[in-house]
Design a protein around this ligand. Structure first.
Ligand code: C5P
Length: 228
């Protein structure tokens, strides 16, 4: 059967990953969480002293070290869920912390970081049969993707979902901090110079504020069936 590229973009914490992951599993496609790659670079910066005390990034040092940052995905043997590895160490839980969330958008706004990660993402999609989610997948990474979706939901609903997710993992979190983080990331992602977050002209818009996970899954499967 013909294989296609599915690009799912949208705002922070709007459930893109859940629906993308579910669809990929069901149709036997590879799933790539491009946000995890920006998060892994951010964790690397935190662990290697590449943030100044005021939160700014030591850009020159990061640029010099980009070749030392190796990101990969491996399936967890038990859960069969993809786990993010940074230089061969599993960082899946650490990259989801609020601290990483608070630092990631400025890192993702750097042109040389985007260039390096977009190149890797395009290589991952060379054989098609891939579902990738992020902010610029339909507008920069895969301009020719056969199916493009742009997901949104109100900031409060997105923050609530992220809050519930962190709580379920036993991580301490304040709803107000998360809401502020979600809004701040949206602002930086939409206003950055390189590949700002926006809906591709040929993307299908989905506002999932009032949809259950099962409804979103069904909706996405229908779009996939129409696209192939
Ligand atoms: O998707 P997630 O929320 O994990 O992404 C974390 C951050 O990485 C986003 O807020 C955004 O700044 C950045 N990102 C990006 N381009 C992508 C994916 C994520 O700039 N394709």
């Amino acid at each position: 059967m013909k294989k296609i590229i599915i690009a799912i973009d949208g705002f922070s914490s709007c459930g893109k990953s859940t629906m993308a992951k579910d669809l990929a599993r069901e149709i036997g496609y590879i799933y790539i969480d491009s946000g995890a790659m920006y998060r892994a670079v951010t964790l690397y910066c935190m662990e290697h002293g590449l943030f100044n005390a005021d939160g700014s990034i030591r850009e020159k040092d990061l640029q010099d070290q980009m070749d030392d940052i190796h990101i990969s995905f491996r399936l967890d043997a038990d859960s069969q869920r993809p786990q993010t590895y940074l230089n061969d160490v599993c960082v899946e839980d650490r990259i989801r912390s609020l601290e990483v969330s608070s630092h990631v958008s400025p890192v993702a706004a750097l042109g040389f970081v985007r260039q390096a990660l977009v190149r890797q993402q395009q290589a991952m999609g060379k054989e098609k049969g891939i579902v990738m989610d992020g902010r610029d997948i339909g507008t920069a990474v895969f301009l020719d993707a056969e199916l493009k979706i742009f997901v949104t939901a109100s900031a409060e609903i997105r923050a609530r979902r992220r809050y519930d997710e962190l709580k379920a993992k036993g991580q301490e979190a304040s709803f107000e901090d998360i809401l502020h983080n979600v809004e701040e990331r949206d602002r930086i992602d939409q206003t950055r110079e390189v590949s700002p977050l926006r809906k591709a002209d040929d993307a299908i818009l989905l506002d999932n504020s009032l949809m259950s996970i099962a409804e979103q899954k069904e909706w996405l499967k229908e779009q996939f069936e129409k696209a192939i």
